[in-house]
Design a protein around this ligand. Sequence first.
Ligand code: SAH
Length: 236
Amino acid sequence: MSIIIITAMQEEYDAIQSVLEWDEESGDHSFNGQRVIICKSGIGKVNAAQHLADAVIKEKMISTVDLVINTGVAGNLSRDQNIGDIVLGTECFHHDVDATGFGYEKFQVPGMPASYKADPGLVRRTLELSEGMNVRVYAGPIATGDQFIHSHIGKERINLNKPDARCVEMESAAFAQVCYNFKIKFLAIRSISDDADGKAPTNFNEFLKEASLNAAELVKRLVIDIISPQLKKEGA
Ligand code: SAH
């Protein structure tokens, strides 16, 4: 049984490594048969898909992959959230896809679902595990596209078609699509680094580290929750 934790950027990777306090040199950990792999894809949908598919194929030679978790930062699309808050992706969709000319739903890749849904039980459990954290945690749709959104027009274009989208970033729907194809559960856990407005490039740089650590903290809680039966067995 394996869990793959994937990040886009080095800063996000460093955050999960430091929060987990496992062997810093290695992205590969084993707890009585439960493996946890930490890897980095690079930015954008193609890098996301390529690196996750590579990681899954490699891991499948050793073990079954049960879950992929993405941890990282995102731009805010919702008025009730602030920088540092966390969004759990109940579904991820490609905000830069449009095949409506053929009757597909907005954002739907032909032949694929309109969005990639997370397991509701996993979302519920992660919300429970977030209790006591000093940031707010929301669950809702995550928009993905090969664009860094830094204007109200960019935000409105997404929210017009998907008013409940909570945040925007550049990888989750690609990770989710790869997981859909491999029939693996997927959950994106993103913390808000910026408001996807004119100040986004500055705010992103300022809050990247802090937001990465917030998301990583919740990923840690989830991973420990999943592997703790294994840890108990190990100790026994
Ligand atoms: N400064 C970086 C580029 C960062 S791109 C460089 O020069 O290398 C932004 C990254 O953070 C992406 O991985 C994306 O998933 C996420 N992100 C955060 N805020 C975003 C926003 N407003 N729009 C899109 N992606 C955002």
